[in-house]
Design a protein around this ligand. Structure first.
Ligand SMILES: Cc1ncc(COP(=O)(O)O)c(C=O)c1O
Length: 427
């Protein structure tokens, strides 16, 4: 039998594992969609063994796991987890019901009251809300520090600090964090700590996906995903994933079992059968269009600042080239653009309302990483939990480029810009 590890990641995303201890994979061309809440246990001994072995890593060459009950573990989800692990180059993966369930589950599985998280100031709005609204209640400390500023970080870290939390690129401003520099810093800190109190780097890789960037290769300890976005890809499933070192597996599985935020097997199946195999294809096309749109936006009067890691003007372009590489090693700046409209020249609300009412190829809607191009105003929508404007101004616009013809996207954006310009001139 051929060995899938000799094949490229793009091929592995199409075929998955040729053998999986999670299921009799070898007789299915399309992986099975299992939909059973409970499992026949065969004997009292096997049933008891299922509970004892719960939360242990199942090696593909080993015995199949004893499935007991869907909320504990389930084959379709398990196969998807194996594929996500492979794509990110991690040891274990645990999926969750949503990206937020994965983020809260990953941190919740290791934090104890008194521990502290240091998070980069700009993160997704609900992650910000988790940190400011819930963590103080649970006894978890939170500091917000620019994670590219290692000197300030060094002064802030205490023995209570357990997690450095970030997104790179950050939602919505696309700011990047230098992961290798951060890892050099945590190695320094961890040299003085026992292994069970290691300082860990958590990276939400939702914007880039493993196609554009694999944070573990640059030093991250844990990778998080909203599978709802580009990995799912079609805007039909909500899901999340944590890719982590093996020692975290038991805690993640226990947390998921007891808090209950499991990924539905039907969603896991759709993400595995439709999302993953088409991820490289979709991203390449979206990236091509994003580059055209970003360059066009940059040339317009009335647009203040365009952030896209593929632009020469991107302030962290050198870091982008270092960190954001696709499976073939090519620069992969992704499909997300953030820009700011100059108030003095254009009205942001008129621009967005014109899109909502008249555009066909661009949709005013939150979420991202969809086949359809989506546009939104983060400060007023996805990031409205920030009360201080630190996640971008109200003139900021986030664009997630889809699979439409780029000429059509440009046409719809141009019509909206002209409408905003006309309104401004007549005001
Ligand atoms: C960067 C990032 N992380 C996490 C999430 C949360 O994902 P979900 O909506 O699947 O809970 C989002 C959602 O927009 C996101 O943009």
């Amino acid at each position: 039998m051929s060995n899938s590890s000799n094949y490229k990641p793009t091929t592995r995303l199409v075929h998955g594992p040729e053998h999986s201890a999670k299921w009799d994979f070898s007789h299915h061309v399309t992986p099975p969609l299992s939909s059973s809440t409970t499992y026949r246990l065969d004997s009292a001994e096997r049933g008891a063994r299922g509970f004892t072995e719960f939360g242990r890593r199942v090696h593909d060459e080993g015995e199949p796991p004893v499935y007991i009950y869907d909320r504990l573990d389930e084959p379709t989800r398990s196969i998807l987890e194996g594929e996500l692990c492979d794509a990110e180059g991690g040891e274990v993966c645990v999926t969750f019901a949503s990206g937020m369930a994965a983020i809260s589950g990953a941190m919740g599985s290791i934090l104890v009251p008194g521990d502290e998280v240091i998070a980069h100031p700009v993160v997704y709005g609900c992650t910000h809300s988790l940190l400011v609204n819930w963590y103080p209640r649970l006894g978890f400390g939170v500091q917000r520090i620019d994670l590219n500023d290692i000197d300030t970080l060094r002064a802030a870290v205490t023995e209570r600090t357990r997690i450095l939390y970030l997104e790179s690129p950050a939602n919505p401003t696309l700011e990047l964090i230098d992961l290798a520099a951060l890892r050099a810093f945590t190695d320094e800190v961890n040299a003085q700590r026992p292994p069970e109190r290691e300082l860990l780097i958590f990276v939400d890789n939702t914007f880039a996906t493993p196609f554009c960037q694999r944070p573990l290769e640059h030093g991250a300890h844990v990778v998080l995903h909203s599978l709802t976005k580009n990995i799912g890809g079609f805007g039909t499933e909500i899901g999340g994933a944590v890719i982590a070192p093996e020692w975290m597996l038991a805690g993640l599985m226990l947390y998921r079992k007891d808090f209950g935020a499991i990924l539905a097997s039907k969603s896991a199946w759709a993400i595995m059968v439709y999302g993953l195999p088409t991820l490289p294809l979709r991203l390449k096309r979206q990236q091509y269009s994003a580059d055209l749109v970003a360059r066009w936006l940059e040339s317009l009067e009335g647009i203040d600042q365009v952030a896209y890691p593929g632009l020469e003007s991107f302030p962290q372009r050198e870091l982008a080239e270092r960190q954001m590489r696709d499976f073939d090693g090519d620069f992969a700046p992704g499909n997300m653009i953030y820009f700011t409209i100059e108030d003095a020249k254009l009205d942001t609300t008129v621009f967005l309302d014109h899109i909502a009412k008249h555009a066909y190829s661009v949709t005013l809607a939150v979420s991202l990483g969809h086949t359809k191009t989506l546009i939104e105003s983060p400060a007023n929508m996805t990031h409205s939990s920030y009360s201080d404007g630190s996640a971008g101004s109200s003139r900021g616009v986030r664009l997630s480029i889809g699979l439409e013809s780029p000429e059509d996207i440009l046409h719809d954006l141009e019509q909206a810009i002209q409408a905003a310009r006309r309104q401004h001139q007549s005001a």
